[in-house]
Structure formats: structure tokens, C-alpha cells
Ligand binder design. Sequence first.
Ligand SMILES: [Ca+2]
Ligand SMILES: [Ca+2]
Length: 270
Amino acid sequence: MRRLLLTLLAIALVAAACSSSTDTAEVATDTTSDESTTDDAVADDTTADDTSADDSSTDDTAEAADDTASTETASSGEVEAFTIEIWVDNWMAVYVDGELVGEDSVSITTERSFNSEIFSFEASYPFTLAVEAKDYKETDSGLEYIGENNQQMGDGGLIAQVKDSSGAVVAVSSSDWASLVVHQAPINTDCESADDPDATCDFIITDTPAAWTAVDFDDAAWTTATQWTAAEVDPKIGYDEIDWDGSAELIWGTDLQVDNTVLLRTVVTG
Ligand SMILES: [Ca+2]
Ligand SMILES: [Ca+2]
């Protein structure tokens, strides 16, 4: 019996020893390796050492010498050839940098003087374009066909485009142009059917400013031109002879009928 107990004890000891298992640690070696985010992209800020040298304004002697050579004109641009295509109901005179470059070939005293014109000129950028535009009127009443069955106020309208020697459109008429209306009639539009419009119709004549075509004329007080549709202007003979650029607008004063003489200016910068 004692022997059996010893045997059982021995077995128990052996079992105990085995259960203290060699917990072969699952020490997961977590090899979440190398997050060595090598941020070496943020390099190259080598803000080149601002060697703002060369301010060595030492050449005083050269200045004196250069003065003798500075005989060129003040205008910077090169002189180039241009054309202006223009249609006005009824008459126009075109100036570039204060010089007349073309005038309607049909007199303003001609009724139904509908025609387009093409004028050539030379200029350098920037240049100032000035146009005097007149709607036909028989007298200062502003009316035409006076005493006839079709006695009426008549209306104006202008469209223009400038091309360089390559044929490229470099300027077009638009509401960017400055305008000054210098003849308005009739102010009392109900005189249109009067028997004696010269006695009945009122008008406003504004003095044409001196040197208004000049480059240095100040048109800041002028208003911008008003754009009109082709349906409103109903452009007639000559208009269709020109292939108008899509950006060219029909322009005039704020009233197609009452505004009879309009001065217009723009600067073409190229
Ligand atoms: Ca004409
Ligand atoms: Ca008119």
C-alpha cells in the first residue's frame, strides 16, 4: 500500500512538472519595422544666396557718353501700316494721333449717303483714333426730307474695325469708345411732322472742343458710346461690303435719332 501511494505521488509530481508548460512565449516579435519616414524631400530650400550684386552703379563716366547717342524719337513702338474699315450713317472723318487720315467720299449734304470706306494710315502703338460721325440732317431742326411726305428725324450709327498689315483685327468699335454728342435735334421730337420745323424744332449744339482729336486730349468727362443692334440701326448700303469681325459693334450716342453729330475717341494699344 505504501508503495502504491509513493507511485501515485511520483506520477502526480511528474504531471505537475509537465503542466508548468514551457509557455514558449508568443512574444510576437512585432517586426513593424522601419517607419523611418525619410523626409528628405523637404530638401533643396537652398534659396540661392541672393547675390544681388551688379548694383555696381559705378559707370558714371558711361552716362555722359550715352547722352550724345540719345537722339531717337520718344515713341517706343515701331511705325506700322494699318487700315480702318468704317461704315457710318451717314458721314465720317477719321483722325489718328490728331491727323486726318480719311473723310467720307460722299458729301454730308447728299441724302441717303450710305457707303463704307477703307482708309490706310501709319502709326505706332499706342495710337489715338478719333472719329467725327454725322447723321444727315437738312437743317439744325435735325429733320430730313423737310416738306416732303417722308419728312423725318432720321437715325445714325457707326461700325469700324482696324487691321494691321497682316490683316489681323487690332481694334473694333464698341462701348469702350468715349463719345461726346455735339448736335442734338429735335429735342421736342413731336415737331417731326410740323409744317415749319425750323421754327418749331429745338436743338442743342455743343461746342466741339479744341484739339479733341489730339493724343493728349482729356476725354475723361465724355460718356461711353452706346451699342446698338443691327435691327435697331438697320444698316444700309455699304455695310455688307465689309466682312465685320464678330466683336465689332454698332455704336452711336444714347439716341439714334436725336443725336446727330457724335465725336468718338479710343486708344489702340495693339
Ligand atoms: Ca456716307
Ligand atoms: Ca437724326
